[in-house]
Design a protein around this ligand. Structure first.
Ligand code: NAD
Ligand code: ZN
Ligand code: ZN
Length: 346
């Protein structure tokens, strides 16, 4: 089969690899139908994630069809259409029992990281019963690719951890696919105001269309000042960090109101200054989270009923064999006006 293989920082190729096989009775081999590229894959390509080694097939999102199911897989059989979760969960360990699948002792985020991933014609999924979700008949499979990672991430790490409530004023820093997923799912709770902050005017315009009440381009406006003006100097109830750099976490600390929640989503590679000298007395909660994908079944229902339309996040389409071109587009997101790119295995 063909697959996108990582060969060290800045080096990738679309090359021949052996087709995966069932190794454990709980495994399933899935024929990829549609997959995509994540911001995290770009971090991998830069060499930011040392767990990813030369020869690894990357990618952790997608939908497909069961090609082979191990003898202990009871929820799926050959031919079933499935959604692949970016998180692998055994369902049996201490963390899985607590629904903290991200820290599963036999899984967690391993796909396209510690084991071969989804940017390939076939992928082996361990603990298939707990790591795949059945796709209901008639569902828009392309839209469901957004449920492998970005929607549960925006929802769980941003909206749930940030305790968004009706009537709240929230700010989301970063209008990439993850920040926009937080924007879409925050609206389950009808916050009164949603302030979106980014440096990319195209993404901010999209945020406005997706329901942001205010947009701030922090490269040409003083974001702290503007948020304080919008909130009568009170600050916001929830500040969601969806970038992953010190400047944006500092911004969240500067705009959080008394009693507020700072929900960090961003993957940080550098330490950040914690301003306890101003925050200690302000009854603030700060949360961090690796997505658990526990909300996937709920999100599937909201997508199927049309309450949530994640297809809005898809801007580009390629056939899977043009994945190198798709990476170029996604890497130049501002210039290409790209959000999520869909790759179809024809
Ligand atoms: N916690 C988790 O489980 C989890 C899961 C998936 C992704 N992530 C992380 O979430 C973050 C967002 O992911 P994404 O795919 O949307 O990334 P992205 O790179 O597509 O989007 C980031 C956005 O931040 C904006 N930005 C950059 N610098 C800024 C600044 N100084 N001020 C304001 N905006 C700025 C960019 O213009 C861009 O729109 C990444 O750090 C990613 O690794 C975390
Ligand atoms: Zn991802
Ligand atoms: Zn487990």
């Amino acid at each position: 089969m063909k697959a996108l293989v990582y060969h060290g920082p800045g080096k990738k190729s679309w090359e021949e690899k052996p087709k995966p096989v069932v190794k454990e009775p709980t495994d399933a081999v899935v024929k990829i139908f549609k997959t995509t590229i994540c911001g995290t894959d770009l971090h991998i390509m830069k060499g930011d994630l040392p767990t990813v080694t030369d020869g690894r097939i990357i990618g952790h999102e997608g939908v497909g069809i069961i090609d082979e199911a191990g003898s202990a897989v009871s929820n799926f059989k050959k031919g079933d259409h499935v959604l692949i979760s970016c998180i692998t969960a055994c369902g049996k360990c201490e963390y899985c029992k607590k629904q903290m699948y991200s820290h599963c002792e036999n899984g967690g985020w391993i796909l396209g990281n510690l084991i071969d991933g989804t940017q390939a014609e076939y992928v082996r999924i361990p603990h298939a019963d707990n790591s795949l979700y059945p796709i209901p008949a008639g569902a828009d499979e392309e839209a469901l690719v957004m449920l492998s990672d970005i929607l549960p991430t925006g929802f769980e790490c941003g909206v749930l951890s940030g305790q968004v409530k009706p009537g709240d004023t929230i700010a989301i820093v970063g209008a990439g696919p993850i920040g926009l997923a937080a924007l879409l799912t925050a609206q389950f709770y009808t916050p009164a105001e949603i302030i979106m902050i980014d440096q990319d005017d195209n993404r901010l315009d999209i945020a406005k269309k997706f329901g942001a009440t205010h947009i701030i381009n922090s490269s040409n406006e003083n974001a702290v000042k503007k948020v304080m003006t919008l909130t009568n100097s009170k600050g916001v109830d929830t500040a969601i960090e969806a970038v992953g750099i010190p400047a944006t976490f500092e911004l969240c600390q500067a705009i959080i109101g008394a009693g507020g929640n700072i929900a960090n989503i961003g993957v940080h590679g550098k330490s950040v200054t914690l301003h306890l000298e101003t925050l200690w007395s302000r009854n603030i909660i700060i949360s961090t989270r690796l997505v658990d994908t526990v909300s996937t079944p709920m999100l599937l229902k909201t997508v199927n009923s049309g309450r949530l339309d994640p297809k809005k996040l898809i801007t580009h389409h390629f056939t899977l064999d043009r994945i190198i071109e798709a990476y170029d587009t996604f890497e130049n997101a501002a210039k290409e006006k790209a959000l999520k790119v869909i790759l179809t295995n024809e």
